[in-house]
Write a protein that binds this ligand. Structure first.
Ligand code: HAM
Length: 419
């Protein structure tokens, strides 16, 4: 039996990859204008990094990580997200010593062992951005303005920005206790998963999709109504700045995130068109994370966009391959050699030129040229080569002329490059 790819890990084929390239190029352009620079970190990290940042009791760390021991016995994990590796790199390279503010972005694959379905895969790709070193609410609003602008420029339809605040180490513990007491009173109505985790990770119960849990938690206390003065002021200012920047949003007090490092502002870009996998981007503030990873006490905020979900939303339209400018059809060994040399010279000039490599009949060569929707075909035979001429066919105009080989390449080049 032939070998197939791994379930939940997809090939991105020509025809689809152009959409991805467009989404990536657009991110580089937009993020570049907002002052972000690219960072590339490995796809594998020490397992501890993710346990300490994402949180031991999260679904990601409990169930979804691709973890293995390498030959030296070190426990390693394929990165399930990009924030922790970027913070690890930021601390390791003391980036804060060069500049008190770092704005970084990354593009690449992430890995989570989830049950694959539309919009949810085991290898997926994120475009992420992180700002380190600023706790002013202006930066929260600016990050969201940039994210919204990216969605506008890529023409992703119908996305809504939802925001919430998850408090800080000052106000969250008492809220957590209040939530646990509430859940205790409704324990009978919770699903088995929530009955197990309501004391270790009570906020996740608010995010449970099981209808019984949804019903039971309708009147659960919300973090938003239990913020300390500092968090409340911060959230109020974020909302003011968003309005001043004309960024549309709604407040979703039930939004919780699947990673433990968040503090204060959290957000998701959601769509109605992808079924249950409705978040196309998500993120938030993580003011304690860098310190928790033994770095300096610096605040941070960022987001990650799910590229598969964006590509799905842009539709299934497959993009046509580019049309070759020229196809060189040859007859006989000498002509083939001359044609092959011409092909390479023109390719080196940056022109898309094709030929048949395996000595097929002229008819077969022309069929292939036609299939590729080539603009021009140059037919080069032995006799013609001796006379220093060739036949040049314009496929769009269905015309053909005899041309001198001398000076032909520069003529073609100026015609093609000027077009
Ligand atoms: P996250 O919410 O886990 O956050 O993922 C961000 C986005 O990645 C999701 O909204 C979704 O679009 C996409 N995504 C996640 N899992 C999958 C999957 N299995 N298949 C397809 N797409 C998926 C983070 O990863 C944080 N690191 C974001 C962040 C950056 N927070 C601060 N900075």
């Amino acid at each position: 039996m032939s070998i197939t790819g791994i379930k939940g890990m997809n090939d991105i084929l020509p025809g689809d990859v152009e959409t991805w390239q467009h989404l990536e190029e657009q991110a580089r352009k937009v993020f570049g204008a907002f002052g972000y620079r690219e960072i590339r970190v490995p796809v594998v990290e020490k397992t501890d990094l993710f346990c300490r940042s994402i949180g031991e009791t999260t679904d990601i760390v409990e169930k979804e990580m691709y973890t293995f021991s390498d030959k030296g016995g070190t426990s390693m994990t394929l990165r399930p997200e990009g924030t922790a590796p970027v913070m690890r790199s930021f601390i390791q390279h003391k980036m804060y010593a060069q500049d008190p503010v770092s704005k970084l972005y990354y593009i690449g694959p992430m890995f989570r062992h989830e049950r694959p379905q539309k919009g949810r895969y085991r290898q997926f790709h994120q475009i992420g951005a992180e700002v380190i070193g600023v706790d002013d609410p202006k930066i929260d609003a600016q990050v969201l303005a940039m994210l919204s602008h990216y969605f506008q420029t890529t023409k992703i339809p119908d996305v809504v920005l939802q925001i919430n605040s998850l408090g800080c180490p000052e106000c969250r513990p008492s809220y957590r206790d209040a939530l646990i007491s509430f859940l205790e009173q409704h324990i009978e109505s919770l699903c088995a998963d929530c009955q197990r985790r309501y004391t270790t990770n009570p906020l996740r119960v608010l995010d449970c999709k099981v209808p019984g849990c949804r019903e039971a938690t309708v009147d659960a206390p919300a973090m938003l109504n239990n913020l300390c003065i500092g968090c409340e002021t911060h959230f109020g200012q974020v909302k003011e700045h968003l309005s001043a920047l004309s960024v549309n949003y709604t407040v979703n007090p039930r939004m919780v995130r699947g990673l433990d490092y968040y503090t204060k502002t959290t957000f998701e870009m959601v769509t109605g068109s992808l079924g249950s996998q409705n978040a196309v981007a998500a993120g938030g503030r993580y003011d304690g994370l860098i310190k928790d990873l033994d770095g300096p006490d610096l605040p941070g905020i960022g987001f990650a966009i799910g590229l598969e979900r964006l590509a799905l939303m842009l539709g299934e339209q497959s993009i046509e391959p580019p049309r070759p400018e020229l196809f060189i059809a040859t007859l006989g060994e000498m002509a083939t050699k001359a044609g092959f040399a011409m092909l390479t010279r023109l390719q080196r000039e940056g022109v898309l030129v094709e030929m048949e490599y395996t000595g097929k009949s002229l008819k077969a060569q022309l069929r292939r040229a036609d299939k590729m929707k080539t603009r021009r075909v140059l037919i080069l035979g032995e006799d013609e080569l001796e006379r220093g001429v060739a036949q040049l066919r314009n496929m769009d105009e269905s015309s053909q002329e005899e041309v001198d080989l001398d000076g032909l390449e520069s003529r073609l080049l100026s015609e093609i490059l000027d077009a």
